[in-house]
Design a protein around this ligand. Structure first.
Ligand SMILES: NC(=O)c1ccc[n+]([C@@H]2O[C@H](COP(=O)([O-])OP(=O)(O)OC[C@H]3O[C@@H](n4cnc5c(N)ncnc54)[C@H](O)[C@@H]3O)[C@@H](O)[C@H]2O)c1
Length: 253
């Protein structure tokens, strides 16, 4: 219960990693805004929170600047402050480079890169106004650092959006450090969520993944959530502009 006085927004909290992150914050006593474009998923998440938890659901399209402004102002109106933002909402699409259309390129970059920019800017303005510092945590991917190549696994737009978010994390960290706001990234490897479910149901894909992960198992959303919460503690105040890789050792080799 180290985050009892903190108010957190988690985007994409209606499923997978975002849900696990929101639930982990609830366990730590934080007040959590469960933000997602999928309202029913967000409602399911909040229903799973321990009894007595404080929080609310906000339906938001994180690519829409007006929605993002509203998400932040509603949070502050309801709970009086905003201490932590987790930019977790993300989408994936598999299309080889030569077949990739501009519409799909834009869709992936809008959710994975433009939205963290919009949400971080709106949240940082509020954090600076309050003068209490803050935390921004971006969920990137090991694919910000390397292209995972297996047959049919082509996602140059996903790679570039997550690589962009890796650098955006550093650039914002530099600008916000003097305000006591840290900005870090968590880069998961393969984690079992609806995002990867279809692939992992294929025994060949699962074997391909397991052969590469020294820890010998696929990641769990809780693995990601634990890293995010660690970066949220007051004790983590000297960590900024960093990426914490949570991949069971995949990218060691
Ligand atoms: N699962 C993995 O293996 C893995 C690996 C590396 C990184 N990640 C990253 O983790 C994050 C979460 O992925 P996940 O696996 O939990 O996926 P998921 O599909 O289970 O959840 C993503 C959530 O984001 C929400 N979302 C999508 N577009 C949105 C929008 N415009 N506005 C608001 N919400 C929106 C969805 O409704 C969904 O609830 C993503 O950023 C993803 O890139 C996942």
């Amino acid at each position: 219960m180290k985050l009892q006085n903190k108010v957190v927004i988690v985007t994409g909290a209606g499923s997978g990693n975002g849900r696990a992150i929101a639930l982990r914050y609830f366990e730590e006593g934080a007040t959590v805004v469960v933000a997602d474009i999928n309202e029913s998923g967000a409602n399911e998440t909040i229903a799973m929170a321990p009894a007595g938890s404080k929080g609310m659901v906000i339906k938001v399209d994180v690519t829409n600047p007006a929605d993002v402004e509203k998400m932040v102002s509603q949070t502050v109106q309801e709970f009086g402050q905003l201490d932590i933002l987790v930019n977790n909402a993300g989408i994936v699409a598999f299309t080889p480079f030569l077949e990739l259309g501009v519409e799909e390129w834009d869709r992936v970059h809008n959710v994975n890169l433009k939205a963290p920019f919009l949400c971080s800017q709106a949240a940082a303005k509020e954090m600076i106004k309050a003068g209490r510092g803050g935390r921004i945590i971006n969920i990137t991917s090991v694919e910000a650092h390397r292209v995972v190549s297996s047959s049919g696994h082509c996602q140059p737009h996903y790679n570039s959006s997550k690589g962009g978010l890796f650098m955006l994390t550093k650039a914002i960290a530099l600008e916000l450090a003097s305000h006591g706001i840290t900005v870090n990234a968590v880069a998961p490897g393969v984690v079992e969520t609806p995002f990867t479910q279809k692939g992992l149901e294929n025994p060949e894909v699962k074997e391909w993944v397991l052969e590469r992960v020294p820890a010998g198992r696929v990641g769990k959303p809780a693995d990601v959530a634990n890293a995010v919460v660690f970066l949220s503690y007051d004790e983590s105040e000297y960590i900024t502009g960093s990426t914490l890789v949570v991949d069971g050792g995949w990218t060691i080799h």
